[in-house]
Design a protein around this ligand. Structure first.
Ligand SMILES: *[C@@H]1O[C@H](CO)[C@@H](O)[C@H](O)[C@H]1NC(C)=O
Ligand SMILES: *[C@@H]1O[C@H](CO)[C@@H](O)[C@H](O)[C@H]1NC(C)=O
Ligand SMILES: *[C@@H]1O[C@H](CO)[C@@H](O)[C@H](O)[C@H]1NC(C)=O
Ligand SMILES: *[C@@H]1O[C@H](CO)[C@@H](O)[C@H](O)[C@H]1NC(C)=O
Ligand SMILES: *[C@@H]1O[C@H](CO)[C@@H](O)[C@H](O)[C@H]1NC(C)=O
Length: 484
């Protein structure tokens, strides 16, 4: 991104214009991740309007679904389209597949949609994947970039790999001691040289929340940006937050790989609003407030002035079908709730004004009716398996420790599970049976502080896809033990 600088502007009017442009360049750097792992995704047109209403100029997708991509046509919003990990094999083996992909998912949109990057895989080298995508990712990257080049769009549209920050590490808390992970080092060196040669950025996902979540001794203030923590010194540089230290560990790793000036974009950064420990609205607000302020200051990290110029918040909306294997917080990363209502005030310009973001407009809901436990049915022996089933399919994380519905009594717990499944099944009457344990009511079943949501009426083209996707069975069993 080109930053506009204020030089030689003597009269006030022009100065004001420049001020506006400088401010805008902050907001211009902010993108969002638009994931759709939800039972009833909002209509893409509604989502795109919401992006426009909030002045968001960049969006990162997790696939290249033409319905979403087409909704972005003519908006001027910059787009990252993506190839999921499980498809990487197809592109590593066969260049023709890459050519076809680029033809169908990039060049067919030419002119209308401002595609800037193709994300090849999503955190494919994550430790938890046990190396499953190590063989396929780099060849897929090469083939996609080659196909972009041959299609004549390679100058503008770059292929890259969104990496989790776990591809590099430091034996201490000092960035200067960092380098790419030992088991990946030769591969990462090849990849970053390739990116450099193609003028593609390194796309990295950095999560201060996880640093804190995973380590009980982590100094809490170091996860935020309000300088409340003792600095960590690295040579003559001082670090007051883990984001900067993490980012600069990457800068050092690139330096050691021989590409010190490789451009870096932050593919994911954010804070969840539920899921226990520090996953809550207050912490999320503190994190984003500090982050936007830091972005607006233009100071960057100790090593990179432009570190905050190109970032994608994670994420736009809560996604109730994400796996909760990493933790219950996984379904609560949204700046907006599942139906596009904002959760808390935030100021993308970093000026600290306490305004709510603009919510989704014209959202249609299903009927105001709820599926609840029929207390007249006293046969408790069937409850366990039915709750287990409901929670294996739908999102029961709000019942978990530290979440909004954790205070319900046993009947409330059962009703919550039944209702959330019923809503997820678009209020299909048959989805509110549970072997005779459930009934439908028009009385709002929400209880103090715990929302029993009504789902949005979705055009539902993704439904069949989602129903066939495996949703954490292990999680269901865990929840079962918690529940009963
Ligand atoms: C284009 O992208 C879509 C959505 O990600 C995918 O299903 C489809 O297979 C891709 N097309 C080709 C030709 O690979
Ligand atoms: C990775 O390996 C661990 C330990 O061997 C295993 O528990 C886990 O299921 C594996 N994960 C994947 C995605 O293969
Ligand atoms: C049900 O009640 C909750 C809590 O008072 C409220 O937030 C929600 O909007 C209500 N739902 C409907 C559909 O009226
Ligand atoms: C409760 O349900 C179980 C399983 O269907 C059945 O075997 C049992 O007889 C029922 N008990 C009562 C009191 O109805
Ligand atoms: C309801 O479920 C939550 C979360 O699983 C649990 O902590 C709580 O103890 C349950 N309440 C009752 C009364 O079983």
């Amino acid at each position: 991104m080109v930053r506009i600088r204020a030089i030689n502007n003597k009269n006030l009017w022009r100065w004001c214009v420049v001020m506006v442009m400088v401010t805008r360049s902050v907001a211009d750097g902010i993108g969002v991740n638009w994931g759709t792992m939800m039972a009833q995704p909002l209509n893409p047109g509604t989502v795109v309007q919401m992006l426009k209403d909030n002045g968001i100029k960049k969006v990162k997708l997790f696939d290249a679904d033409s319905w979403d991509v087409n909704a972005l046509a003519g908006t001027g919003i910059e787009v990252i389209v993506a190839i999921p990990n499980n498809e990487l094999g197809r592109f590593s083996k066969d260049y023709d597949n890459a050519k076809d992909w680029v033809k169908e998912n990039v060049t067919s949109h030419k002119g209308g949609v401002d595609i800037r990057y193709v994300a090849v895989g999503n955190e494919p080298f994550l430790k938890t994947y046990n190396g499953s995508f190590i063989q396929t990712t780099f060849p897929a990257l090469e083939n996609i970039q080659k196909a972009l080049d041959e299609a004549g769009v390679g100058n503008k549209i770059k292929a890259t790999i969104p990496c989790n920050a776990d591809v590099y590490e430091s034996p201490s808390s000092k960035p200067s001691e960092g380098n790419f992970r030992k088991d990946l080092r030769p591969l990462m060196v090849d990849i970053v040289k390739f990116l450099h040669a193609n003028k593609s950025p390194f796309l990295v996902n950095i999560y201060p929340f996880l640093s804190l979540y995973q380590d009980a001794n982590f100094p809490i203030n170091y996860a935020f940006f309000d300088e409340g923590s003792n600095p960590i010194n690295d040579g003559n540089l001082a670090y007051t937050n883990v984001f900067d230290a993490n980012y600069d560990t990457l800068v050092w790793s690139l330096k050691k790989a021989g590409v010190p000036d490789l451009k870096i974009a932050v593919g994911e950064i954010g804070w969840p609003t539920s899921g226990g420990l520090n996953g809550n609205v207050e912490s999320a607000k503190r994190f984003y407030d500090g982050f936007f302020k830091k972005m607006a200051s233009g100071k960057g990290t100790p090593l990179r002035k432009d570190a905050y110029d190109d970032v994608y918040l994670f994420s736009l909306m809560d996604e109730n079908l994400k796996s909760v294997a990493p933790g219950n917080f996984e379904r609560h990363w949204g700046i907006f709730q599942y139906d596009g209502r904002p959760k808390f005030a935030m100021d993308f310009t970093g000026k600290g004004s306490n305004k709510m973001p603009v919510g989704a407009k014209g959202v249609q809901y299903l009927e105001p009716q709820w599926c609840v436990y029929d207390k007249d049915n006293r046969n408790m022996s069937l409850v366990t398996e039915n709750v287990n089933f409901a929670c294996s399919m739908a999102d029961c994380t709000p019942l978990g420790y530290g979440s909004s519905c954790n205070h319900l009594d046993i009947n409330g717990n059962i009703s919550y599970a039944f209702n959330i499944y019923f809503q997820m099944q678009a209020q299909d009457m048959e989805a509110c049976d549970f072997q005779g344990l459930a009934k439908i009511t028009k009385v709002n079943a929400s209880e103090k502080g715990c929302l029993f949501p009504i789902q949005v009426a979705s055009t539902g083209h993704r439904m069949k896809l989602l129903l066939s996707s495996p949703i954490g069975a292990a999680v269901a069993i865990m929840l079962l033990f918690l529940l009963l």
